[in-house]
Design a protein around this ligand. Structure first.
Ligand code: NDP
Ligand code: BG6
Length: 498
């Protein structure tokens, strides 16, 4: 029987944060209604948000605060049918929700006065602008906030991904927002950094003396990072078709995971210390160029198939025209530093795959000498599997003797830590945790501009090589795990995806 202790949950006590006002630009959009507002509701429900806080949605569409509250509620119920709103809690929360209709690109609009009125007298309170807006307008909106006298000494700004679509455009965004806000007031979200199991990576690595001595090329054969999704991409084609899997997922989420697996121990968990170590990893990534791009990268696009028993159109059909945007990519990545020079990292991500799972697999080397007779069975190398979602957990695969009288027979079995069995039933999701981290000024969970730009520098060289080499996009059937070329990538090295 598994035991759940109150200390296990970590979430049994939520310390209230300081009062704040949050203004969500793009408050009527998908992100705000599907993720941000429900996240704030849950933090309210756990009494973490003080009652003097204000939650202000804003977009161009005109509506009253009452209509907006209803919209937030309707969407909550639509997106989370199993998560019943508590009536009293909702009513109390809703009193703090307001809405202001303003075109954030129109600096001269008199609608800004409505926002000023709502924020009057709050200059000493923490103020957070969350830009859940179409990418590309962050700089101008920052300038308009400032020009309207709405930036105080206690203002922070949150930027959603994507920050640019290549190094140059990312620099433009960072420069333009940087003209208004100091770097330590800018919170660039990568929601993977808010996931419980991702945060646990540092603890797993650095709070267990067992692991650190073997966490290097001498003992680790290779690392695999997979973020597989079942959802299609075609519904977001206006964005996705210009982005593709490399920009949408690898430049941010997968590289962040890779950094956390590969980085040196930071001296503490302060933002500067953690970010400095991640930047060193990003700078050590071996450039993939025309000479290596065909051997080390794979591009795929899903064609018609069925995902979990549901018929699925091909991506090009969804988009409505032929397109060579990749919905899947797999890469072999080398980190040229002391710790990792001999250990390849294989990473892959795709839409419309056979299942939804995100996993980091650390494959250790085989034992040097076998003293067992061949009939005992195959000795497999130890493998550490860190499951990020769903069914979060950590599994260490080890060889054991099969119990019983059958002699020395081997079995490969897991030592299993399942979050569902060990910890509290519900812990805050990534956006809940990250929103509270903004209030607490915990910049370590957000990306510094140098990280974003270092990641783009590496990704740009791949994009460049793809375009110069006319890199083919291999079709894969929706509901499978990518094109066969992704298996060949590992097969050539005598390995396979787990
Ligand atoms: P939507 O298109 O659903 O929403 C965009 C929002 O911005 C709407 O509320 C829109 O309302 C508002 N808006 C657009 N232009 C202006 C303007 N000039 N002034 C004020 N409001 C404006 O987009 P998403 O919510 O999906 O995405 C928002 C951002 O978050 C994007 O940058 C996206 O890349 C990023 N993101 C989204 C994720 C998601 O899960 N949805 C995940 C990760 C990142 P109106 O038209 O009324 O002005
Ligand atoms: C977003 C990408 O950043 O992450 C989406 O733009 C992707 O394409 C999503 O679906 C995946 O996030 P999660 O938390 O569902 O794994």
């Amino acid at each position: 029987m598994s035991k759940k202790t109150s200390a296990d949950s970590g979430s049994s006590k939520f310390l209230p944060v300081e009062p704040f006002d949050i203004i969500v630009f793009g408050g009527s959009g998908d992100l705000a209604l599907r993720k941000l507002m429900p996240a704030l509701y849950h933090r309210w429900q756990d009494q973490q948000i003080p009652a003097t806080s204000k939650i202000i949605g804003s977009a161009r569409t005109k509506m009253s605060s009452e209509e907006y509250r209803q919209l937030v509620r309707d969407k909550f119920e639509e997106f989370y049918p199993d998560d019943k709103l508590e009536e009293d809690t909702w009513n109390a929360f809703a009193e703090h929700i307001h809405y202001v209709g303003v075109d954030a690109l129109d600096q001269k609009s008199s609608d800004w006065d409505d926002l000023k009125e709502l924020l009057a007298g709050s200059d000493e309170k923490l103020r957070i602008y969350y830009l859940a807006l179409p990418p590309g307008i962050y700089g101008q909106v920052s300038a308009n906030v400032d020009a309207n006298g709405l930036k105080t000494d206690h203002t922070r700004i949150v930027l959603e991904k994507p920050i640019g679509s290549d190094l140059d455009s990312a620099r433009e965004v960072n420069d333009s927002v940087g003209e208004v806000f100091e770097e330590d007031k800018i919170f660039r979200i990568d929601h993977y950094l808010g996931k419980e199991t991702v945060q646990n990576l540092l603890i797993l690595r650095f709070a267990n003396s067992l692991l650190e001595p073997v966490w290097n090329s001498r003992h680790i054969d290779h690392v695999q990072i997979t973020v597989a999704e079942t959802v299609p991409a075609g519904e977001r084609a206006s964005y996705y078709d210009k982005a593709g899997a490399l920009r949408d997922m690898v430049q941010n989420h997968l590289l962040q995971l890779l950094c956390l697996v590969a980085m040196e121990p930071p001296i503490d968990l302060e933002a500067d210390s953690v970010r400095a170590e991640k930047i060193k990893v990003l700078k050590s990534l071996r450039k993939i160029d025309s000479g290596t791009v065909r051997a080390d990268t794979v591009r795929g696009q899903y064609k018609e198939g069925s995902v979990k028993g549901k018929p699925q159109k091909g991506y090009a059909e969804e988009v409505g025209n032929p397109t060579d945007t990749e919905t899947f990519t797999a890469l072999k990545v080398h980190i040229d530093n002391w710790r990792w020079s001999e250990t390849p990292f294989y990473i892959r991500t795709g839409k419309c795959m056979s299942g939804r799972w995100s996993e980091i697999v650390i494959q250790f080397k085989s034992v040097d000498h076998l003293m067992l007779a061949p009939e005992s069975g195959r000795v497999q190398p130890s493998r550490l599997i860190i499951r990020l979602q769903p069914d979060e957990g950590v599994k260490l695969m080890l060889m054991t003797k099969d119990p019983g009288p059958g002699g020395m027979r081997l079995r490969y079995v897991p030592l299993n830590l399942s979050y569902a069995e060990t910890f509290a039933p519900r812990y805050p999701d990534a956006y809940e945790r990250l929103l509270m981290a903004v209030v607490r000024n915990n910049l370590g969970l957000f990306m510094h501009r140098d990280e974003v730009e270092a990641a783009w520098r590496w990704v740009d060289s791949i994009l460049d090589a793809w375009s110069r080499d006319d890199m083919p996009v291999h079709l894969y059937t929706a509901g499978t795990d990518g094109p066969v070329q992704a298996s060949v990538l590992l097969d050539r090295d005598g390995r396979e995806w787990f």
